[in-house]
Design a protein around this ligand. Structure first.
Ligand code: TXA
Ligand code: MG
Length: 335
């Protein structure tokens, strides 16, 4: 089947209430007709995700805002115009008739226009909104390739292959549904850029930004199966030696080049010092270490505390979820 036949097939599946995994520029999504409650329940059940967790509706353009949202503030139009298609999700008041299954029963809806050409082709051929959480089992690492998705769901869903996701971590989420706009989930569209765009309104100050309504804010979200610890650069060598002394093999996600060599023993992946490249390969590298039989424990060198790294720091912190202190014992992924 060529690509247009595959998209036609995917549209047919969506119309029948089935599920289709598709690429976006951030991560692969597991798609269902956002207007079909039964399809949404099927989606949540396959993902193993609780029904009260809302999903993002993916649409083709700003004109679709009216179909899903009401009381749309100017700030939302501005951000949509500037950043769509792209890795930005807006949370707005939902329009009457938008299924509770999409919004987790909340009065708001999350919406975005992805920039991946395959996603855009699928959405325009489907002609309506596609609900899509990341195409992974609940609590696991988001997939950034078609192979990753198949690793999660096998042959249970059709996967449109669009190559590796260029951004590599999930979209930035901004809540514009009430009060001042707030960042609910940081991503590669930086808070600074949003602030510049919203110069008149401005974002809510820090501290007001952590919403319990985002399941991604569970500490153990985005977690590998193996135990993970986030370690400062200066402590990395000690952490590696400590594990080796206990007969454990560390898998190291190193960021600074000075820490690239730890001698024999650990499995090490050298990450880029450019945030965009780091984000691009983060989930793939975590999956690689998680899947490497030799590795007992994943150590992530803490990325720089700089604005361009906020989204990445958020994901690696969540991947770590729990810290290694005294002993190396079983640490699950929580969800
Ligand atoms: O980049 C992305 O956003 C990817 C691709 C596939 O688009 N999608 C994604 O979906 O990461 P998911 O479901 O894994 O994460 C969406 C996040 C969840 O944390 C969810 O709680 C939050 O968006 N969310 C969805 N609707 C919301 C709402 N109405 N209010 C607050 N948060 C919401
Ligand atoms: Mg997810």
């Amino acid at each position: 089947m060529d690509q247009s036949q595959q998209i036609a097939k995917a549209v047919e599946i969506l119309r029948e209430g089935g599920l289709v995994a598709f690429p976006t520029e951030t991560v692969y999504g597991l798609g269902a007709d956002a207007n079909n409650p039964e399809a949404l329940r099927r989606l949540y059940s396959l993902k193993g995700r609780p029904l009260d967790h809302p999903s993002i509706v993916h649409v083709t353009g700003t004109e679709a805002l009216e179909s899903w949202c009401r009381d749309i503030p100017d700030a939302a139009i501005l951000l949509a115009t500037l950043f769509w298609p792209g890795p930005l999700t807006l949370v707005l008041k939902k329009r009457k008739g938008v299924p509770d299954e999409l919004t987790g029963g909340q009065d708001t809806v999350a919406i975005r226009v992805p920039s991946h050409p395959v996603a855009l082709k699928l959405l325009s051929a489907f002609g309506s909104g596609v609900a899509a959480p990341s195409a992974n089992r609940f609590g696991h690492i988001s997939p950034t390739s078609a192979t990753d998705v198949r690793g999660e769901f096998g042959d249970e869903v059709m996967v449109l292959d669009g190559g590796p996701c260029q951004v590599g971590i999930e979209s930035t989420i901004i809540d514009l549904s009430a009060g001042r706009p707030r960042v609910l989930r940081p991503g590669m569209i930086l808070e600074e850029s949003i602030n510049v765009a919203l110069s008149e309104v401005g974002l809510a100050p820090k501290g007001e930004t952590d919403s319990p309504r985002v399941p991604g804010s569970l500490p153990s979200h985005y977690a590998p199966h193996k135990p993970v610890e986030l370690v400062e650069s200066s402590s990395l060598q000690d952490a590696v030696s400590g594990l080796l002394n206990k007969g454990k093999t560390p898998g190291v996600l190193a960021y600074s080049t000075s820490s690239a060599g730890y001698g024999a023993g650990p499995v090490s992946i050298q990450m880029s010092q450019s945030p965009a490249h780091y984000a691009f390969s983060l989930y793939r590298s975590l999956r690689e270490l998680d899947g490497n039989e030799k590795v007992d424990f994943i150590l992530i060198e803490e990325p720089p505390a700089k604005p361009e790294w906020v989204g990445i720091r958020d994901r690696v912190t969540r991947a770590a979820g729990q810290r290694l202190d005294t002993s190396v014992t079983e640490v699950g992924n929580g969800t």
